[in-house]
Design a protein around this ligand. Structure first.
Ligand code: WTA
Length: 676
């Protein structure tokens, strides 16, 4: 579906789904007065939530706000790991399940909170033995196995910051992130299972460290895939590149961790001490190390997890995100565990061994909540209803989505075929930078409309600004409440008040932090998203308005891919755009001009695609590479991406009057169409 069609479909959407009565009756929030209460004093509202956590020392001031720099719960002392693990054991819940994990070969492990406490303490002591201390950074590059969560918590326990890098990123991307964070130790695995093959993680770490990374002293390696031929649940590990073993640098997890003491005190951290860095794409091409601190982050994610997912003691909650993304940080690890939830984790692909894998997992473990991405839902839709129909999904009671706008058809399909028509859907809008969910229904309270994230959560203040920086939202909501609104308004989505899990900066680059988020509209946080609010006050997200693409829900900047392309010796110039894609939301299309002496043709196209995958990771591999003689530019030399999108999406060309040479784009269009 084209973007224009999606928007048209969004605006025509007027079906509404009220929370089922039975669900609402038991829900955590079922009285709308919470919105007004929180709006009257948001800081007091967040303080109420902070008080539900264990603090070693209370804060003296709830918020210090020197825009754009915020400090939450100033002076408070807290440890995130203690709050996610130890306090539950101390409260007598040690025997409760913390994590149920399923590997792609179908192997299952389950950890109680008490077992998790021991594992985390051992891993924490192991990190200490490798020289990691409070304030150090640890890079984590692992498959989706329990040890990934254990390592994150172990870092938090001893006051080291983790920087988790998604296992799909290439060695070069990994190196860039390790260097930027100045990591002392890298924790990885030999490999992880994905679609029946092994992702060679250790090999990528070896390559990254060969490229540079002088700060890295040790590499801790979990054995997950094992030697080729190792049998896991009847499946033999296929051949894969295991890299090389560097004596003195590399340490096996199984040689170091199990022998450690299971006693390791939780380091009392300042509320504003660094908890983690997580890299996200930036429009200059260089990734931004988003900084999250301890007290506010934990308050924001534990609170929102509690009421957005309406978590109940008997729930088995499954978020399908990898811990390499913010969703995995906030809603696989910190939010759920701080709430003593039972968390399901899965290692592999949704279509292995068959396209019913997710539904088999739900049936097998009786998951009650599923939180996944629109791109996955669109794939399920395409695969057909026969797959979910084979499985018993009656345990489900709530569904969620995150990562990109969900088209109403996918929403309705999810509701009907996965939720059996009975499960509310929470469409949650937020970002790596916001740390916590910001716009979402409350499932026991909010009447939902397919495709709308509905309204800001209690304690969250948004604005929708026009080009002049005037807020259209507040006045529109006033008119909605007065019954005067008959239309919708649209513009740039901003956040107008600080919130506890907000990013505290870009690691090592305060100027870029100010420039990226706070300069477009002084005093407000600019999200980079467009949004509309309709005549009933519902918010509809319209996608990015900057140079960030959302490819299968992953942020990739056009600049990042362009730099990877021009890094290839054959490429003189490149322009990259996100084009509408049925399954991935957006797919990457690259227009390249080759240097003299190089020939266009299928070989070079394949080579360039592979080059981008090698530089950034497979998630950034372009779908289309179009070799062209020239790019459409304005007279001042600016590439007109809007026209490239028209070409790639097969639309009639928009206004070409400002082009230096309109023939260029016409030729390009012919070329694209003849290439099919
Ligand atoms: C997009 C993911 C519409 C948005 C948690 C945002 C969404 C970017 C939604 C952040 C949603 C995320 N509806 N768009 N429910 N959720 N987005 O940093 O463009 O990976 O700015 O964080 O994803 O992506 P990120």
């Amino acid at each position: 579906m084209k973007v224009s069609d999606t928007i048209a479909a969004l605006l025509a959407e007027n079906r509404k789904f009220a929370p089922p009565q039975e669900f609402a009756a038991k829900a955590f929030f079922n009285d709308p007065s919470v919105y007004d209460r929180a709006a009257a004093d948001p800081v007091a509202y967040w303080e109420e939530w902070a008080r539900k956590l264990d603090w070693f020392e209370p804060w003296t001031k709830p918020l210090e706000w020197n825009p754009p720099f915020a400090k939450w719960f100033v002076g408070g002392k807290i440890n995130a790991c203690h709050n996610c693990v130890d306090r539950h054991v101390a409260a007598g819940a040690g025997a409760a399940t913390a994590i149920v994990w399923e590997g792609e070969p179908g192997d299952v492990r389950s950890l109680t909170y008490e077992e998790l406490q021991c594992e985390v303490a051992r891993a924490a002591n192991a990190l200490k033995a490798l020289g990691v201390g409070k304030g150090d950074r640890v890079c984590v590059y692992m498959p989706m196995v329990p040890e990934l969560a254990i390592t994150m918590l172990a870092c938090a326990r001893i006051g080291a910051a983790h920087s988790v890098v998604f296992g799909g990123f290439s060695a070069e991307s990994l190196e860039e992130r390790i260097q930027d964070a100045g990591a002392k130790v890298v924790v990885t695995a030999d490999g992880g299972w994905r679609r029946g093959a092994i992702v060679p993680l250790k090999k990528a770490v070896d390559e990254a460290l060969e490229l540079g990374c002088p700060t890295v002293e040790k590499v801790l390696v979990l054995r997950r895939a094992g030697e080729p031929g190792t049998v896991t649940n009847g499946l033999a590990t296929p051949e894969y590149d295991r890299g090389s073993w560097v004596e003195g640098r590399d340490v096996w997890w199984h040689d170091l961790v199990p022998g450690q003491s299971a006693q390791c005190p939780c380091e009392p951290m300042d509320s504003e001490d660094l908890l983690f860095i997580l890299y996200t794409s930036g429009s200059t091409g260089k990734p931004k190390g988003i900084v999250h601190t301890t007290g506010g982050y934990l308050t924001g994610v534990s609170a929102t997890f509690r009421y957005v997912f309406d978590i109940q003691p008997e729930d088995l909650y499954w978020c399908t995100a990898d811990c390499g993304w913010i969703t995995g940080h906030s809603y696989v690890v910190y939010g759920p565990l701080a709430n003593r939830a039972h968390v399901l984790m899965y290692e592999g692909a949704p279509d292995t061994p068959d396209k019913d894998r997710f539904w088999r997992i739900i049936e097998r473990h009786k998951a009650t909540i599923l939180y996944t991405a629109p791109t996955a839902i669109r794939a399920f839709m395409k695969w057909g209803t026969e797959y979910p129909e084979r499985c018993d999904l009656s345990s489900l009671r709530l569904l969620g989505t995150v990562g990109e706008p969900i088209n109403p058809e996918a929403w309705v399909w999810y509701h009907q075929h996965i939720g059996g028509g009975r499960c509310p859907i929470v469409d949650t809008w937020w970002q790596t930078e916001t740390g916590q969910i910001m716009i979402s229904p409350l499932p026991g309270l909010t009447e939902t409309k397919p495709g709308s994230a509905t309204r800001p959560l209690p304690g969250v203040s948004i604005g929708i600004y026009n080009d002049l920086g005037e807020d259209l939202y507040a006045e529109h909501i006033r008119r909605v409440q007065a019954g005067e609104a008959t239309d919708s308004v649209g513009g740039y989505l901003v956040l107008t008040q600080p919130w506890p899990a907000m990013l505290r900066g870009i690691y090592g680059d305060p100027e870029r932090f100010k420039r990226t988020y706070w300069s477009r509209f002084p005093g407000a946080y600019f999200t980079g998203d467009g949004a509309k609010v309709d005549e009933e006050g519902y918010v509809w997200l319209l996608g990015r308005v900057d140079d960030i693409m959302l490819v299968a829900g992953h942020n990739i900047s056009t600049m990042e891919v362009e730099s990877a392309l021009v890094d290839h010796p054959a490429v003189a110039e490149a322009a990259v755009i996100g084009k509408a894609h049925e399954l991935k939301g957006q797919a990457i299309a690259a227009f390249v001009i080759l240097k003299a002496g190089y020939q266009g043709g299928p070989e070079i196209v394949d080579e360039l695609k592979a080059h981008v995958a090698k530089k950034i990771g497979a998630i950034a591999r372009p779908d289309d590479v179009i070799v062209c003689a020239d790019l459409p530019k304005t007279r001042s030399g600016k590439i007109m991406r809007r026209l490239l999108r028209d070409v790639a999406e097969g639309r009639a060309l928009g206004d070409t009057t400002t082009l230096a040479d309109p023939n260029v784009v016409n030729a390009l269009k012919d070329k694209y169409e003849s290439a099919g």
